[in-house]
Design a protein around this ligand. Sequence first.
Ligand code: MG
Length: 365
Amino acid sequence: MKITDIKFGMLRVPLKTPFKTALRTVNQVEDIVITMHTDSGHVGYGEAPATAVITGDTHGSIIEAIHKFIAPRVIGQEIANLNHITQLIQGALEKNSSAKAAVEIAVYDLFGQLYDAPLYKMLGGGDPVITTDITISVDYIDKMVADSIAAVDRGFESLKIKVGKDIGVDIERVKAIYAAVEGRALLRLDANQGWTAKQAVYAIQTLEDSGVRLELVEQPVKAQDLDGMRYVTERVHTPIMADESVFGPTEVIELIRMRAADIINIKLMKTGGISNAIRIADIAAMHGIECMIGCMLETSISVAAAAHVAVAKSNVITKVDLDGPSLCAFDPVDGGVTFNESEITVSNAPGLGIREIRGLEPIDL
Ligand code: MG
């Protein structure tokens, strides 16, 4: 099975409600989808969103990186040589982690198809059912409380609360939500870099002292501020998770060396795909550090790939934040991973098991 071509498309899916964080507001998913074609007729699928404020990737940069730098290296390669292909992808150019992720996802999809096995089995197997949390966007307190109650009523047992706007209001937001859902759902806070280290310590200690129990607080400080992250981690009981601060294995090693955080959030769009996500999971496991697997605003193509990784690495990926598909107004993908509210089920279809993508608009280059 040889790679013969990579084609591009744009996939647009409206969100059920606007996605609001300390960094941005988004109303629809708008992702680049690639189809990887082979001489055997098999097709692999990959996807990448433009998350300029986090990874620096834009639609234009994703297309250019794949079309001009990655595709020329991988076209003609045998899918059976998976490790060689992932090296070619990672070495094609610096950064551009989302573009690399899209291509790796398609390659791993084909790798599973080549051996007629679902991807998670190729990665070591596992229990094919996982449970995700859901994001509660940052908003007025009443709206966040109502959204949280609605999510719990839909069966979600973990809520990821977006904060990081105004420290005083953030504390009130969390207290109100905690009171409304106490005992029915675990709360994870994501500050998306919105606080300083001192503000974070103040906010988390205030919440701890008032009896609010949080499962974790994610990325309280700026991405580059590892010292600040360590400052917070050392001073609070609540586990601290690094997201924007860590992209690849090198940063994870540094973070662990510094003891700057307790948990690591793995996202394929930061790691540059599956090969480095697996490396990070293995490094973390060696050090007894738990991981979450997360996603950007992605549909059930790239999130399916993340689900397969989560299943295969469930020994260390103990927290799942793959709510991209459940934030979408509809699922454009007919495929092997079923996203039903909090429950994600991976089927035994080969690779990612994607049969059809509805509404994909071709991009001609
Ligand atoms: Mg985050």
